[in-house]
Ligand binder design. Sequence first.
Ligand SMILES: NC(=O)c1ccc[n+]([C@@H]2O[C@H](COP(=O)([O-])OP(=O)(O)OC[C@H]3O[C@@H](n4cnc5c(N)ncnc54)[C@H](OP(=O)(O)O)[C@@H]3O)[C@@H](O)[C@H]2O)c1
Length: 338
Amino acid sequence: MGRIAVMGAGSIGCYVGGRLAAAGADVVLIGRERLGREIATHGLRLSDYRGANIVLRPDQLTYATVASAAREAELVLVTVKSAGTAAAAQELARTLRSDTIVVSLQNGLTNASTLSRQLTTQTVLAGMVPFNVVQRGEGAFHQGTEGDLEVEWHGRLAAHAAVFERAGLPLRPHDDLRPVQWAKLLLNLNNPINALSDLPLKQQLSQRAYRRCVALAQREGLDLLAASGIVPAKLTRLPARWIPRVLDLPDTVFRLVAAGMLAIDPLARSSMWEDLQARRATEIDWINGEIVHLAERLGRAAPVNATLVALVQAAERGGRRQWGGAELLARLKHAAET
Ligand SMILES: NC(=O)c1ccc[n+]([C@@H]2O[C@H](COP(=O)([O-])OP(=O)(O)OC[C@H]3O[C@@H](n4cnc5c(N)ncnc54)[C@H](OP(=O)(O)O)[C@@H]3O)[C@@H](O)[C@H]2O)c1
């Protein structure tokens, strides 16, 4: 089993890369200098909702700030945010061997094809991380929710499957990851709503008005997927098409029937909220923007998701970043009706 490089040492990169290193893999984390300093001081502390608590000292980790550190890698996991994929691909293209396998562990639908455009001789595969990782500072990363890594399968991944298994991150193989990616994207339609609520996820999802915003965005997406003949995979206990009905329920009933949806770390927020706080580009174009593009391809409109895209883009430019549930719902309903 050869070296594994993680391109984009952030929440997912440090967590997945760190767990693989703890399981005995030869891992190099490639990321920014700031995080490199944090890891050089504190190492990594990786915990999960099942009670795992893994400590890696700085001398047990290999960290680099340049893509050339991936030169000898057999497997590269790409964990930058979608806005950074094209640049990461360019950097990797200058350094990777042609027999390297590259797996995008990113949200959205197009990151693997963005990587393939630059990495023309390598094998690029789509992947999906179903769980949430919170970065707590001083090298601490916490996996707050469950799920296995879903990957488009290639025979050469088999050589690495055992170390992922030992790391507690088993790979679930797929011939075609699209249904899984669409199902994840439907769940992620909540990201802008969480970001604009300016509340932790648990508090936001406890309020019916915000949940109804999510339901509107999901129904719009589900209608367009049905019109395109795309059937999203079942990632949660409920099939995707039932989720909006549950989100619409009054608060007291919702708490009873959907306790699982609220079983979230009380402080966890969407990374779109974190991106707005840090004044970074968000992934809005790769999430709700995909529903808008799908509508365009069908000659239709997606006013609810288009409004969410516009509100987040305005917030990225320094505009309003705090919306009450009732006013956001009114704004989205108005968009849907006009
Ligand atoms: N976090 C989660 O819980 C979660 C769950 C499921 C899926 N995902 C998906 O996983 C992907 C990664 O998300 P994340 O939350 O882990 O992002 P993140 O915390 O922002 O981590 C990415 C890191 O990579 C760095 N980076 C970007 N381009 C780089 C380059 N060319 N060279 C070196 N470092 C580079 C970024 O630095 P800069 O910020 O300076 O660019 C950042 O520190 C996203 O697509 C996200 O939607 C995240």
